[in-house]
Design a protein around this ligand. Structure first.
Ligand SMILES: Nc1ncnc2c1ncn2[C@@H]1O[C@H](COP(=O)(O)OP(=O)(O)OP(=O)(O)O)[C@@H](O)[C@H]1O
Length: 528
């Protein structure tokens, strides 16, 4: 008896149907049942064999595929090749595409296909495709917002009648591999211009995103680091964010603000001397003038930095308004581990306070000696780079206290600065902690500083200004309310930074020229 062997391919699964086994098993049974005389015909009419033949026929006729709806009559009127019926199975995730009305033709077209979304994975829907129908409902003369409910209420398979766009490019070849750190907050729920809120990616300042497409001048596509391979979403392009900031200064748009809005303290300020109000207004005016002349921070390209055991520690830059506790935190760090932490003693033109020591807290110098450094509250502060290099060469973590405007001098691969912003807490907590601290400090025979209400207000005002002007430079914000808590948090953070195997640092530190992906992002430039 011959062996009949055939192989069929059902949706990629290979099923080998081997009649040999059927006959091998069945023949002895047939023999035992005294049906030697049965003809081949009777074998073929046997039920299991019939089922086998039926299966074969189904596979041969591809009966297993989902039934497509009948081609609509009017489809025949159009060029046969240009009409596509696409059936996508809808999961709880969105389809991952946005639509718009083409201004010239009035047609509904696919505006964007999100990388990794259902539409993208299907490979059947592309940017520029014209949507004619959804589940048999014509989209003619409909607005995009009328179409969304049609999609929302459809369950299971959603059927589209599509006229493929004329410019179908290979999307994968256009995908960029670009990592950026975001330098502003973005909350799509507060952005009325986003084409589709569900298709957007929210982020906080400092997040690292993988940008997968910069094709569109207005909306880029990106996903959070670690979400690689998952669905990308829309983020404002660099150009869009710059335009928005130019139109609506001085604060970042559509995002949470890191520093407390002035409203917190406004009630306190009412009735205070007008001198305070005019001082604050002056600071704000200066801030918006500065913002008016420079590009607002948007994104900075970052690359992974793999720290080798032989690499020097990164420079730790501590910034904050005067009196917030930068020196106190530095002092505690050095006491806690003098072999690990070292300081570069800064220079200042301000007066020496009681019990401050020359060469320990500061080098106290005249204005003439230091005026090349940055100005801050009427006093000059500065640090000497040689002394920073000396501390780092000793293999220590160098703690540097500078005004943020001077960070640019150490923003290099040599120092790889990690910037910590020490921020004051709310004014109520400032009053409580700083006044209580007086007694603790006195018992401990340490330097005591008396703060006035005006000092607290100044500290909070300055913190807001620093945050709005230099916030994009900050890697970490520590609120110095309770000193023990702030110190613990800072120490843990520095330890983490020192031990992290992979750190995302500005690409300019690692490459002398921007990467190919960054160059491809048209007008992306430095931000400082
Ligand atoms: N969280 C805190 N609770 C109570 N007292 C604090 C706290 N942080 C700092 N102080 C005290 O506040 C005073 C000012 O702190 P510090 O000198 O560290 O400020 P600074 O930020 O270095 O300011 P400057 O740059 O003007 O010297 C010190 O007496 C310090 O002990």
């Amino acid at each position: 008896m011959g062996v009949l062997l055939f192989t069929v391919d059902i949706r990629g699964n290979t099923f080998k149907v081997c009649l040999f086994f059927y006959l091998l098993v069945m023949t002895p049974i047939i023999v035992e049942s005294k049906v030697r005389s049965l003809t081949l015909n009777s074998i073929f009419t046997h039920f299991p064999f019939q089922s086998l033949l039926h299966t074969h026929d189904s596979v041969a006729q591809r009966d297993f595929e989902p039934a497509l709806p009948p081609l609509p009559d009017d489809a025949m009127e159009e060029d046969e090749d240009s009409v596509k019926i696409v059936s996508l199975v809808k999961t709880k995730d969105p389809l991952g595409a946005t639509i718009k009305k083409d201004k010239s033709s009035g047609a509904i077209v696919v505006a964007r296909v999100m990388k990794g979304g259902s539409a993208d994975k299907s490979g059947l829907i592309h940017e520029g495709d014209e949507l004619k129908e959804v589940n048999g409902v014509s989209l003619e003369h409909r607005k995009p917002k009328e179409i969304l409910p049609l999609l929302a209420c459809s369950e299971g398979a959603v059927k589209f009648k599509i006229i493929p766009g004329s410019t179908k490019e290979d999307m994968t070849s256009r995908m960029t591999k670009l990592f950026v750190r975001t330098l502003f907050d973005y909350d799509p729920t507060e952005d009325p211009t986003i084409p589709c809120k569900d298709a957007a990616v929210a982020f906080r300042r400092g997040d690292v995103l993988q940008v997968v497409s910069t094709d569109d001048d207005t909306w880029w596509q990106a996903c959070h680091l670690g979400d690689g391979g998952s669905r990308a979403g829309l983020i404002p392009s660099k150009q869009l964010h710059e335009r928005r900031v130019a139109l609506q200064r001085p604060r970042a748009l559509f995002g949470h603000q890191h520093s407390k809005p002035a409203g917190d303290r406004r009630s306190f300020r009412l009735g205070r001397k007008s001198r305070r109000a005019s001082k604050t207004a002056k600071l704000r005016r200066w801030s918006s003038e500065v913002h008016g002349t420079i590009c607002p921070p948007t994104y900075i390209e970052v690359v992974p930095y793999h720290k080798e055991p032989t690499d020097r520690h990164r420079l730790i830059v501590l910034v904050g308004p005067s009196g917030v506790g930068v020196n106190e935190l530095k002092r505690r760090l050095v006491i806690s581990d003098p072999d690990l932490y070292g300081v570069s003693v800064p220079y200042t033109t301000r007066e020496k306070r009681i019990r401050e020591k020359e060469g320990v807290n500061y080098h106290f110098v005249s204005v003439q000696a230091i005026n090349k450094y940055g100005q801050y509250r009427g006093n000059y502060y500065g640090s000497n780079l040689d002394s920073v290099q000396r501390v780092m060469a000793e293999g220590k973590v160098c703690l540097l206290d500078v005004h943020p405007s001077n960070i640019k001098h150490v923003y290099t691969s040599e120092f790889k600065p990690y910037v910590v912003f020490v921020k004051p807490p709310r004014i109520e907590e400032l009053r409580l902690t700083r006044r209580r601290a007086k007694f603790v400090c006195e018992e401990d025979c340490k330097q005591v500083r008396m703060f006035s209400e005006e000092d607290f207000e100044d500290m909070i005002d300055q913190a807001e200004m620093l945050d709005s002007q230099y916030g994009h430079l900050f890697d970490k914000v520590i609120v110095n309310g309770d000193i023990a808590t702030a110190f613990r948090e800072l120490k843990a953070e520095l330890k983490k930074v020192d031990n992290l195997e992979v750190q995302w640092v500005p690409a300019v530190w690692m490459h002398s020229t921007p990467t190919k992906a960054w160059r491809s992002c048209s007008s992306l430039t430095g931000w400082i």
